[in-house]
Design a protein around this ligand. Structure first.
Ligand SMILES: C[S@@+](CC[C@H](N)C(=O)[O-])C[C@H]1O[C@@H](n2cnc3c(N)ncnc32)[C@H](O)[C@@H]1O
Length: 230
């Protein structure tokens, strides 16, 4: 009888959300950095969308969206509009920009689930589901500024996406991008900056930590890359 009761209680426990949450492995950089294709990104961010803000961004003291907005505010002019947030995800960059008074912000991301979370924040005037490594569904010279956090990194989007981003940006438009320092050379960003040097102003690079005080992620350094399209 007692053993029956114990088995019954164990079955009840495995049905409880708290027990299931305890078993669930948190998603993090190991999975994110080992992505290989845009399809891999879609699959990972579909699973991650609901917990990304609380379990990842808050718990790890993720700073990149705020830092990118601080640089945007420092270098932008009133004419740098509309703003395109590349790899907008759940909308952390949009949220900071909106609070600072920017009202025409477009978010673009490959993951519909991440964009659904961004929509809930109510700070984007438009959200576009698209793979930015392909042709971007926006007109030539139509965007005033490109911002991005956490997207130019291991296994995500490479330097070749710059060509399409330059096509859709207005002459004089501002770029404020986070580029993971570890992919800057290995991922072809340095080479790309040299290749497009006649199409852009001399870039300014500012190094910062992707995370605030957090032993586990101390080594993740970002180059905020700031320039304008000529
Ligand atoms: C680490 S998250 C960053 C999200 C947000 N910018 C932030 O800082 O919290 C990377 C985002 O890039 C998006 N992404 C990855 N590959 C992409 C691609 N090829 N085209 C568009 N978005 C992509 C993912 O779906 C994900 O939302």
């Amino acid at each position: 009888m007692l053993s029956f009761l114990i088995v019954y209680l164990m079955l009840l426990a495995t049905e409880s959300p708290t027990f299931n949450n305890m078993l669930k492995k948190k998603i993090g950089y190991n999975e994110a950095y080992s992505l290989k294709t845009p399809e891999d990104s879609k699959k990972l961010y579909k699973k991650w969308a609901k917990t990304y803000d609380k379990e990842f961004a808050v718990n790890s003291n993720y700073l990149s969206p705020k830092k990118i907005c601080i640089y945007f505010n420092k270098y932008s002019r009133k004419t740098d509009t509309p703003i395109l947030d590349v790899g907008a995800g759940t909308g952390l960059v949009g949220e900071f920009l909106y609070k600072k008074g920017n009202k025409k912000i477009i978010g673009i991301d490959i993951s519909s689930e991440m964009l659904n979370e961004a929509k809930l924040k109510g700070c984007y005037s438009e959200l576009i589901e698209a793979d930015i490594t392909k042709k971007i569904p926006l007109k030539n010279d139509s965007i005033g500024a490109i911002v991005s956090a956490g997207t130019f990194t291991h296994g995500h989007v490479g330097a070749d996406a710059f060509d399409e981003l330059l096509r859709i940006t207005k002459p004089g438009g501002l770029f404020v991008l986070s580029i993971n320092s570890k992919v800057f050379i290995k991922g072809g960003f340095k080479k790309k900056f040299l290749k497009i040097k006649n199409k852009i102003s001399c870039p300014i690079f500012k190094e910062f930590n992707a995370h605030g005080k957090n032993k586990k992620f101390n080594e993740i350094k970002i180059f905020a890359s700031i320039f304008r399209k000529n």
